[in-house]
Design a protein around this ligand. Structure first.
Ligand code: ZN
Ligand code: ZN
Length: 434
């Protein structure tokens, strides 16, 4: 064993004595061609620090410039989760905004005011990051709007909060029932916790939280008079969403979900100016400017196995490792998907506000069975399933059907869906009857 070690040591030290030309060649920055490169995140694009930072700003500016629905001189609300990407994007946005404000820079001021929005989900995670978020935002001296996620239970999207109709999800004789009833006695915290806890699988819990977080952010932008909502999605996140949303039954709203520019709520345009930048590039940006962020939660393998988002993230990152163009290929391919208007319902999902494919509730039923009677016979009778399509499913998208289906209640136990869901459904019902 000892002699082996000696051989290893000798071979190691001898490599240091290699002639200079055999040592690894120093690659210069591809952009300025003068300085040696510092980063090579895209593998075929080595850049020095200065060129890397200007590359990021350039990508950001191009994305902002391409937003067609965004008018000049409007206010922008920047959604901050505190994670690497949204953290870096806040800094890039702020510098862009200040630069644009400086008349000497010769640029036209594109936005009026910018502010930050944060959704506090500590009621679900049991961990509050509010203090850290305040520390991150304070140096910028811009407004910080914070809302707890349970506020989703007290918002009205159509300024029609006078009737307090709410959807109750019940388990009646082993059957799921949705009912609209009058209820003004909802405690937001309890309702949020009970709804979250009634969903057993992590993958479905993710759906719920992702959907309502986005609705709440849109609502915050709307009532605070910020017609533009900026999300911190990187291209890595978009590529992950393409895979995970498809697995979750959100394929039909994919064009809307991953669009660079979209409108879920009237008068609020959602933009994703980080959509052409990789997550690793945002991480590098934070490192260069020594910016503090909220570290990603670490999961063990059994937790990962229960989450569609985490499995998709692992799938993309494993591929990206060996094939550095994976993310850009997935995103650019998905960007080509378009919506065939005639296949979609005239209204949007009452829960997640995304487009609904026509008859998706019947599609769900035609692909579902109540029990397996004969393993060799695939000609199932779906009549029973058709009869059992819960009421109001036609006002929800396929992804939200799966979500509501996953709610697991004891006999006579009830949970509530936020007020705005009943508000939307009532609006659609009265529009179709008039
Ligand atoms: Zn350079
Ligand atoms: Zn939906």
């Amino acid at each position: 064993m000892d002699s082996n070690k000696k051989i290893n040591c000798r071979s190691d030290s001898s490599s240091e004595d290699l002639p200079a030309e055999k040592k690894k060649k120093i690659i210069n920055c591809l952009k300025c061609k003068a300085k040696p490169h510092n980063v090579n995140i895209r593998k075929n694009y080595p850049l020095c620090k200065e060129c890397f930072l200007s590359f990021m700003q350039h990508k950001f500016r191009t994305n902002i410039g391409q937003a067609k629905k965004v008018k000049k001189g409007v206010n922008v609300l920047i959604a901050l989760s505190g994670g690497n990407c949204s953290r870096a994007l806040l800094d890039i946005f702020y510098k862009y905004h200040k630069g644009a404000e400086n008349p000497k820079s010769g640029k036209i001021q594109r936005f009026k005011d910018i502010a930050v929005a944060y959704i506090d989900d500590s009621i679900i995670t049991g961990e509050s990051h509010v203090q850290k978020i305040k520390e991150i935002v304070t140096p910028y001296d811009i407004p910080l709007l914070i809302r707890p996620i349970e506020d989703i239970f007290s918002i009205s999207l159509d300024d029609n909060n006078d009737n307090y109709k709410i959807i109750t999800v019940k388990n009646k004789d082993g059957k799921k029932e949705l009912e609209i009833s009058q209820n003004t006695n909802i405690d937001n915290k309890t309702a949020m916790k009970e709804l979250y806890e009634s969903i057993p699988l992590l993958a479905d819990k993710e759906c719920l939280i992702n959907n309502i977080r986005l609705v709440l952010l849109n609502y915050m932008a709307k009532i605070s008079k910020y017609p533009v909502l900026c999300l911190g999605d990187s291209s890595t996140k978009v590529a992950i969403d393409v895979i995970s949303n498809t697995c979750k039954g959100r394929g039909s709203s994919l064009p809307e979900d991953i669009a660079s520019e979209t409108e879920l709520l009237k008068d609020v345009v959602i933009i994703k100016p980080g959509k052409t930048l990789l997550k690793e590039e945002f991480i590098q940006y934070n490192e260069y400017f020594d910016l503090d962020y909220i570290p990603e939660k670490q999961y063990n393998s059994s937790e990962i196995a229960k989450s569609i988002d985490l499995i998709s993230a692992g799938f993309i990152s494993d591929l990206q490792e060996n094939f550095p163009s994976t993310v850009t290929t997935v995103v650019s391919t998905a960007n080509k998907i378009t919506v065939e208007e005639e296949n979609y319902s005239s209204y949007h999902c009452s829960l997640c506000l995304c487009p609904i494919r026509k008859d998706s509730e019947k599609w769900l039923a035609s692909n579902s069975i109540t029990e397996v009677k004969d393993r060799t016979d695939y000609n199932y009778d779906h009549t029973e399933v058709y009869k059992n399509i819960p009421k109001y499913y036609q006002y929800l998208c396929f992804n939200c059907h799966i979500l509501i289906d996953s709610i697991n209640l004891q006999e006579n136990q009830t949970v509530y869906l936020p007020y705005y869901v009943a508000e939307k459904i009532n609006k659609y019902i009265s529009a179709s009857s008039s």
